[in-house]
Design a protein around this ligand. Structure first.
Ligand code: GLU
Length: 376
């Protein structure tokens, strides 16, 4: 499977059924083999993030909660008790490979409210830059039904979108998508490649494959995750996790379904900035800054002339030249009042002026150019 070898940033979703053994304890054997998988990818220079379920399953055992449906507070209690056991299991598995794990617990707001999203992204980017493997789960202890993702397939897709991953691997208890339920229909065919998630493809998951997958997400949830990923420029692979080194197996040609991305991560992100966000203000810049932004550079405070409107850090703003022509849209790294106070300042003078610095006013990564001459 060529997707895995060529990916730079890979999010791997590991479900509870894989890492919690029959007795309710973490399956150290599987985890060790999977850690070797991660180690190999990292040695090749690929970045790996893990989205790991298992907190509730491990916590049940710790708290002696019987195998019955849990109430929400019980689930939350189990998640609190199990999350630390889960991290211990990951750390023990990583240790022989000298890999460091870092726990990241997210709620839905962290991927939907822009300021929180920017914060979470900055932390995860820093962890990756430090060579750490983020081990991400939903913060089940504080999330209630209305504000949960509820399943880690979707959480994994949102994480992939947030950090511009190019591959999402959903390790599952099925080796991909079938045209019908393979357990019942001898004529069911495995689908190797999905170029586009059409209603016909979705129907395959909604009907016969609906029950596939333990944990919270069946095949329909996996395709919902794949849809999010695809629109974010990220390919999705659904494959069997129940084997010692599932990523090595994948590269050796194990059966899987690949769902193609419909764009690239960078283009998806820029399109989101340019098209989906209502700008809350404007940054009026001098000619030098306008030229720099047009060349794809960050907007520095030094080139900022004036700030219009009221916006918070992380809000979308338009960047306009002194004649009022829109040059770009981007996400502001300072709220409007602070942006006003740093107009014209060199980078080193920002902190003395407002007590902190977040770098450029709009970072190049968060900028989308508009066509020259567009009216405001
Ligand atoms: N966050 C849940 C847990 O750690 C799992 C959710 C899921 O498996 O989709 O137990």
């Amino acid at each position: 499977m060529k997707e895995l070898g060529g990916a730079k940033r890979i999010v791997v979703k590991v479900g509870s059924a894989l890492l919690v053994g029959a007795g309710g304890a973490a399956d150290a054997h599987w985890l060790h083999a999977f850690a070797a998988d991660i180690h190999r990818l990292r040695e090749r220079g690929q970045q790996v993030l893990v989205v790991s379920s298992g907190a509730v399953a491990l916590g049940r055992r710790r708290l002696g909660l019987a195998r019955r449906a849990l109430s929400l507070p019980e689930k939350q209690a189990a998640a609190a008790a199990g999350q630390s056991a889960l991290m211990r299991a990951w750390e023990e598995a990583f240790e022989p490979h000298r890999l460091s794990a870092a726990q990241v617990l997210l709620t839905r707001d962290d991927t939907e409210v822009r300021r929180r999203w920017l914060n979470a992204r900055a932390t995860i980017e820093t962890l990756l830059a430090l060579g750490v493997v983020p081990v991400i789960n939903e913060n089940d202890t504080v999330t209630t039904e209305e504000i949960r993702y509820g399943d880690n397939d979707r959480l994994a897709a949102r994480v992939a979108q947030m950090i511009g991953a190019d591959l999402l691997v959903l390790l599952s208890d099925v080796d991909g998508l079938y045209t019908a339920d393979p357990r019942r229909d001898p004529g069911a065919r495995h689908v190797e490649h999905v170029a586009q998630l059409t209603p016909q493809i979705e129907a395959m998951a909604g009907g016969a494959n609906a029950g596939a997958g333990l944990g919270s997400g069946g095949m329909a949830t996996k395709l919902a995750a794949a849809r999010i990923a695809s629109a974010a420029g990220c390919a999705t692979v659904i494959t069997l996790g129940h084997r010692p080194s599932p990523l090595a197996a994948l590269e050796a040609g194990a059966r899987a379904t690949v769902i193609a991305p419909s764009t690239t991560p960078a283009a998806a992100y820029k399109a989101w900035i340019a098209g989906s966000l209502a700008p809350a203000g404007a940054l009026v810049v001098d000619a030098g800054a306008a030229a720099a932004v047009r060349r794809g550079k960050s907007l520095l405070a030094a080139g900022l002339r004036r700030v219009e409107g009221r916006f918070e850090k992380g809000d979308a703003v338009v960047i306009v030249d002194e004649a009022g022509a829109e040059i770009a849209r981007g996400l502001a790294r300072y709220e409007a009042a602070d942006a006003s106070r740093i107009c014209g300042l060199k980078s080193a003078a920002i902190e003395p002026a407002i007590g902190y610095t977040c770098g450029p006013v709009v970072h190049a990564d968060d900028l989308a150019l508009v066509q020259a001459g567009a009216a405001r």
